[in-house]
Design a protein around this ligand. Structure first.
Ligand SMILES: [Fe+2]
Length: 297
């Protein structure tokens, strides 16, 4: 059609989108164009702003490499990653879910650790943490024989692959749940950490007066046939930034009680106070057991 008024552009573009053969792609493209045009009208986007926006999108792509993904970082910083997670789990967002974001630091082939073992592989100063995790189905029955990958940052907020002072695979381990659906391990209490701020996302945060931190957390990836693979994060309830996570990942159900102990532990007199315990339960939903593509090697 020949365009006569600005409304015609929207109509013409929508008509073309409606010719998309694949029904799902058609649904997505029609809605995308509808919302995109409405957005341009709502903010009365200027020509200079439009040029700036296309430059920002190009920069997001240029900054994305094998080791860093600025696009995923931006999606998280806009709350989109969390929204997609919440809408696709817990009965389409109707109930709470143990699902959370994978994040950029999962590595495949974490070393196997026996239940009760330690995942501290090189001297890592910080308070000791004794963790007991339970995996259950939606009826509360234990899931035995589930494979549980654990990884978390150090007490100064660095993953081993970011920190030359830590041994390879430090604070990472692969466990199997016992008959009660439990795993136990020993580690050191993680700290929160800033996301990378050297690119577009950093400039956005600065413009909005936002801090770049994620609250302290432990990652888990739980795999068991018959269940949707569970990607989760458990957040420390004593972190001051629990309610201002830069990636909007903290939900009520993902907050774990990191209990501080200042007394000696009779079973382990060498343990220095303060030390912490964490006891947390994950719920798996029925679905497909698949392993995600590791974001890093
Ligand atoms: Fe993380």
């Amino acid at each position: 059609m020949i365009i006569e008024r600005h409304e015609d552009v929207t109509e013409a573009a929508l008509r073309v989108m409606e010719q998309t053969a694949d029904p799902r792609l058609r649904e997505i493209m029609v809605a995308l164009v509808r919302h995109l045009h409405a957005f341009v009208r709502e903010v009365q986007l200027s020509e200079a702003e439009f040029r700036a926006a296309t430059a920002v999108l190009a920069e997001l792509g240029h900054l994305t490499t094998e080791r860093h993904n600025e696009i995923v970082l931006m999606a998280g910083s806009l709350g989109v990653s969390s929204l997609v997670c919440l809408l696709n789990n817990g009965d389409g967002g109707a109930t709470e879910t143990s699902q959370s974001l994978l994040g950029p630091f999962w590595r495949m082939h974490s070393p196997r650790v026996e239940n009760g073992g330690s995942i501290v592989r090189s001297a890592t100063p910080g308070p000791a943490m004794l963790v007991e995790l339970r995996v259950q189905d939606r009826a509360g029955r234990p899931i035995a024989g589930a494979e549980v990958d654990i990884w978390h940052p150090s007490p100064v907020g660095l993953y081993e692959n970011q920190d030359p002072r830590q041994a390879d695979m430090n604070l990472r381990g692969k466990f199997t749940t016992d008959a009660e659906g439990r795993i136990r391990f020993r580690s050191v209490k993680p700290a929160g950490y800033p996301i990378p701020t050297g690119g577009v996302v950093g400039r956005l945060l600065e413009a909005q007066g936002r801090h770049p931190f994620r609250p302290a957390h432990i990652h888990a990836l739980i795999f068991k046939e018959g269940f949707k693979t569970l990607t989760s994060q458990v957040y420390a309830d004593d972190d001051p930034r629990l309610d201002s996570d830069v990636q909007f990942g903290v939900t009520r159900t993902l907050i774990g009680r990191f209990v501080r102990h200042d007394e000696p532990r009779p079973a382990d007199p060498a343990l220095q106070a303060p030390w912490y315990t964490l006891d947390y339960t994950f719920t798996m939903e029925p679905g497909e057991a698949t392993r995600p593509r590791p974001p890093i090697k």
